[in-house]
Design a protein around this ligand. Structure first.
Ligand SMILES: [Zn+2]
Length: 169
């Protein structure tokens, strides 16, 4: 039997970007999280997908704790060093100290090599996860049964890997 061909890692990067970007905007109700303007009232009719830790850190690129919807003006402010509004917004969503945790995590972990995120099948799983979450928002039901941490708690992943290794030995 012919095995179904998997998309490339590069393709999955684009697909994940699209899925998470769409989800974040829906999660934030199409409002700029820092000034409150609705997407339709912005000059561009569009909101940006803003990251606390730069998207170049692939470990946090698709972590919903690391991004919010922002209008272009607020996003530019953030780029120009006005850090408080975005930090406050994230800490309000995920709890005080979240932005500090993200900063620390990004300093200590810079490569996706050896983590599940480097794997195409895992990226497919993550894409499915965000698509489900989006569907839930659009359909006004919640997804308590889908636990983000099960998917992306990288420390847990490392521990499980270690456990499996010990089992084999
Ligand atoms: Zn704004």
């Amino acid at each position: 039997m012919k095995k179904k061909k998997l998309p490339t890692k590069k393709r999955m990067k684009v697909r994940l970007d699209n899925a998470v970007r769409q989800y974040i905007k829906a999660r934030d109700k199409n409002l700029c999280t820092t000034c409150g303007i609705h997407k339709d009232s912005t000059l561009l009719g569009y909101l940006d997908w803003s990251h606390k830790i730069s998207r170049t850190n692939l470990l946090l690129r698709w972590d919903e704790r690391n991004s919010i919807a922002q209008c272009r003006r607020c996003h530019l402010d953030w780029g120009n060093g006005v850090t408080e509004p975005l930090n406050n917004a994230i800490n309000k969503l995920w709890g005080e100290g979240t932005t500090i945790k993200l900063e620390l995590f990004s300093k200590q972990n810079q490569t996706i090599k050896g983590t599940p995120l480097d794997d195409v099948e895992y990226r497919l799983k993550l894409e499915k996860f965000y698509k489900l979450k989006l569907k839930a928002i659009l359909g006004s039901y919640n997804t308590e049964d889908i636990i983000w941490d099960d998917l992306v708690d990288l420390n847990q992943y490392e521990q499980n890997k270690q456990l499996e290794k010990n089992k084999v030995c």
